[in-house]
Design a protein around this ligand. Structure first.
Ligand code: AMP
Length: 292
């Protein structure tokens, strides 16, 4: 099916209403463009489960800090159209900024607590910008399934809570992180890496795997105490410390739902990491099962 490009807010709302009116299930895939295999995996997943896939492309200024990379954020509108169509998208909603915000918005959506830790501590206001734009996109799309990547794990947690708290008419679907063959999580910001930086970037995933191994404990140790979160953090930090080009920002072990830091791996956990590598700030995460 040919991709239909919509750049007007009213037109997008009307199209989505008409699709639902005709009995079709809408799958929404919000993105900031510069599409890659992570984004297209969400669209493919949506295409498999829904009748209509509405991908959105909006580089959302509300979620960038004053000193962040809004102006230089990678943009590739032609490539985005081709990839979205190949991945099975039916619509690409790509509004200009003035169409989304003809007036400076005075309204913001805050998911307290969850937004202030980890990424939120390094990027004040970031999740308020995310929650505000996602609320707006869900409002325009109407009842739908909404697809988000586990790659941005804290974002997923914030959006899940937002949808619950405000009873938004969306079913949030989480999709697994898509990685390059060497383990690096695909990201639009990987475009910032020099060849030398790209070569060492998989260290982040290696650190997460070292953390996951530490969380699993030695299988035949016979130890009754669960591994400590400090040991898991140290395993991640040590792996990154061996690579001088990378500056670790955090390596954390948290509860998968409320993101509270854990002291021991006495339940399933999520390991989250953030680091600077040249111009890029990279994040990644994995699940770590409690030792059984
Ligand atoms: P972004 O364009 O970076 O805002 O991302 C749009 C959506 O794609 C978000 O739900 C991201 O979590 C998801 N995404 C980005 N990278 C990946 C990846 N490597 N694997 C899976 N999902 C991803």
């Amino acid at each position: 099916m040919t991709l239909r490009i919509v750049d007007r807010v009213d037109a997008f709302r009307k199209e989505m209403d008409a699709e639902r009116g005709a009995g079709r299930r809408v799958g929404l895939v919000p993105t900031m463009g510069a599409l890659h295999g992570g984004h297209t995996s969400l669209m493919e997943c949506a295409a498999a489960e829904c009748d209509v896939v509405a991908a959105t492309l909006f580089v959302n200024p509300l979620q960038f800090g004053a000193r962040e990379d809004l102006a230089g954020y990678p943009r590739d509108p032609d490539g985005d159209r081709a990839l979205a169509e190949a991945a099975g998208a039916t619509y690409l909603f790509a509004p200009p900024y003035e169409e989304m915000f003809p007036e400076t918005p005075l309204t913001a959506v805050t998911v307290a607590g969850l937004s202030d830790v980890l990424e939120g501590a390094s990027r004040p206001g970031h999740f308020r910008g995310v929650a505000t734009i996602v609320t707006k996109l869900l409002s325009l799309a109407g009842p739908c399934r909404a697809y988000f990547g586990e790659k941005d794990y804290q974002q997923l947690a914030v959006i899940r809570r937002l949808v619950r708290d405000l009873s938004l008419a969306a079913e949030v679907v989480a999709c697994p992180t898509v990685r390059a063959a060497d383990g690096l999580a695909l990201s639009s910001r990987n475009a910032y890496l020099t060849p030398e930086e790209r070569a060492v970037a998989p260290t982040l995933y290696q650190a997460l795997r070292a953390g996951r191994a530490a969380a699993a404990g030695a299988p035949s140790s016979g130890r009754s105490e669960p591994p400590s979160a400090d040991a898991v953090r140290a395993a991640m930090a040590d792996t990154v410390a061996r690579q001088p080009l990378i500056q670790l920002e955090y390596a954390e072990v948290v509860d998968p739902d409320d993101l509270a830091p854990l002291a021991t791996i006495d339940r399933d956990a999520r390991l989250l990491i953030a680091a600077r590598l040249g111009r890029a700030r990279l994040i990644d995460n994995v699940a770590a099962e409690r030792p059984r």
